[in-house]
Design a protein around this ligand. Structure first.
Ligand SMILES: *[C@@H]1O[C@H](CO)[C@@H](O)[C@H](O)[C@H]1NC(C)=O
Ligand SMILES: *[C@@H]1O[C@H](CO)[C@@H](O)[C@H](O)[C@H]1NC(C)=O
Ligand SMILES: *[C@@H]1O[C@H](CO)[C@@H](O)[C@H](O)[C@H]1NC(C)=O
Ligand SMILES: *[C@@H]1O[C@H](CO)[C@@H](O)[C@H](O)[C@H]1NC(C)=O
Ligand SMILES: *[C@@H]1O[C@H](CO)[C@@H](O)[C@H](O)[C@H]1NC(C)=O
Ligand SMILES: *[C@@H]1O[C@H](CO)[C@@H](O)[C@H](O)[C@H]1NC(C)=O
Length: 430
């Protein structure tokens, strides 16, 4: 029902303080300028992390502004600790060094990972470092609960093809499924699967995505199938079918935030109660993830294969036929790099640099971080910026909060950008 990625955008605001840099917006009709060439998942221009996962080649300065995307890797990710989970400020694109890039606050708890949402924050998104270009992906998880609290397990491509599971916290008996093609709003693509208490029970949610069909299954039982053949759009003469390499994203986000539009709040089950039982007990709402398995399928046999390590977009259609598999490097040398200058280095000490946005969200919000989409078609709102990261370290006797990734880097980044860059580099390990 609601496009999950546009809400994931909210997370970009978590616990961050505006740095005074003006936000430059981007969309397919308004590409990024040359000095800030990369259009992030959230529709803002920058360098560095803006050019990594989620960077939209069709809205960026040129098709090669975004950094090539790491190819699919079959794996079984046991989410029993925070190992393999890296904060977005510390990721340069080397998918061999981390499995997940996170925005927000994951916590380790009794051999599970909690994705948390403390009062008045915008939750947590965890995205895979590897992309998937067709495959069978399963997430074993428990959802969050409560009015206005939404959990999601989605595949999202850089041109915003999307395949979803979404769970609203007032209906723990339903897995809502959906898909989108290139971010085009369509209210008729949803479908529900009945499931038992998604908060208290682990279920395994599977998306089996081939060039010809999408199958959603819960605990091995098929709940819904969508065939590509049934997605023909006779206006545009093409299949409105998700067909481009996508990252796996697991998230919790506040659909019931008071600043959201009424349609979204209603869909999410009403306004969030920031004083609800889970907040009282634990200090946050949370979704619990335990395992994600990825079985990559062969890429389309008629595709262009010039290597085996990365995906690029070779034409602006944003269709399957635009994708090439190459051996281009996926890793930046610093957060000043871009797809067209991957080896850009940070300025040496003492030299000056102009302000440049290099990690989405860290340059402050600006309006419209929702991605501009709202179910009723109105423009996005700017959610309440809040931000008390220490809230995560308080709270009661609930899930064990030890092992949290503390948002140190982000707090340091409140200062001047140059200091921020240096701080990021100081903690850069990947
Ligand atoms: C799915 O269930 C929700 C209630 O949880 C309802 O609002 C929505 O309309 C349903 N969607 C479909 C496609 O039936
Ligand atoms: C068909 O494609 C056009 C052009 O992209 C789009 O505006 C329209 O919403 C699509 N139709 C449906 C039913 O999605
Ligand atoms: C492969 O061929 C099909 C059918 O013509 C086409 O729709 C698809 O875009 C092609 N895929 C690639 C990767 O070229
Ligand atoms: C890719 O680029 C990174 C950063 O510049 C470098 O460390 C690495 O050696 C390169 N990898 C390959 C295979 O060239
Ligand atoms: C890449 O960035 C560096 C700054 O780190 C700059 O000196 C160099 O000229 C740039 N190269 C290109 C090809 O733009
Ligand atoms: C919390 O985690 C710590 C360190 O991992 C452990 O020593 C402690 O027993 C845990 N407490 C609970 C209640 O699980």
């Amino acid at each position: 029902m609601v496009r999950a990625w546009s809400y994931a955008a909210l997370v970009a605001l978590t616990a961050n303080v505006a740095m005074g840099t003006d936000t430059v917006k981007c969309s397919s009709g308004s590409k990024c300028p040359k000095d800030l060439p990369c259009c992030s998942q959230y529709g803002e221009c920058g360098v560095g992390a803006y050019c990594l996962g989620g960077c939209d080649p069709l809205s960026s300065n040129t098709l090669d502004s975004c950094v090539p995307a790491p190819v699919c890797k079959s794996d079984d990710y046991k989410l029993t600790s925070l190992d393999g989970i890296t904060d977005k400020t510390k990721y340069l694109g080397d998918s061999s060094k981390t499995n997940w890039v996170v925005d927000g606050q994951p916590l380790a708890y009794q051999n599970q990972v909690l994705l948390t949402m403390a009062p008045k924050t915008v939750g947590t998104v965890m995205a895979s470092s590897h992309y998937v270009w067709y495959g069978k992906i399963s997430a074993t998880m428990k959802t969050s609960r409560g009015a206005g609290v939404v959990s999601a397990f989605i595949l999202l491509s850089d041109v915003k093809d999307e395949i979803d599971y979404e769970f609203v916290g007032v209906d723990l008996q339903t897995a809502q499924t959906n898909y989108y093609f290139q971010g085009i709003t369509n209210y008729n693509n949803g479908g529900n699967i009945s499931v038992s208490d998604t908060f208290n029970n682990y279920h395994t949610y599977t998306i089996d995505w081939t060039p010809d069909s999408i199958t959603w299954s819960v605990d091995g039982k098929v709940g819904r199938v969508k065939k590509k053949a049934d997605t023909w759009n006779s206006t545009s003469n093409r299949y409105d079918y998700p067909q481009t390499p996508a990252r796996i994203q697991l998230s919790i986000w506040p659909g019931g935030l008071a600043s959201n539009n009424p349609g979204t709040i209603a869909w999410a089950g009403g306004p969030i109660n920031w004083d609800g039982p889970d907040i009282k007990t634990n200090g946050y709402y949370y979704a619990t993830v335990n395992e994600v398995t990825v079985q990559c399928y062969d890429p389309p046999s008629n595709g262009t294969k010039k290597g085996s390590t990365s995906y690029i977009y070779a034409d602006p259609s944003g269709l399957e036929s635009a994708i090439q598999i190459t051996d281009k490097n996926t890793t930046l040398r610093s957060l000043l790099g871009t797809g067209v200058n991957m080896t850009a280095e940070l300025p040496t000490k003492g030299s000056s640099t102009s302000e440049v946005a290099n990690v989405p969200g860290l340059n402050g919000g600006g309006p419209g971080l929702f991605g501009g989409y709202q179910p009723d078609g109105s423009a996005g709102n700017n959610p309440t910026k809040t931000a008390n990261p220490t809230a995560f370290n308080q709270g009661g006797s609930g899930p064990n909060k030890s092992g949290a990734i503390k948002p140190e880097g982000e707090r340091i980044l409140k200062g001047s950008l140059f200091a921020g860059l240096i701080a990021v580099v100081g903690t850069m390990i990947l």
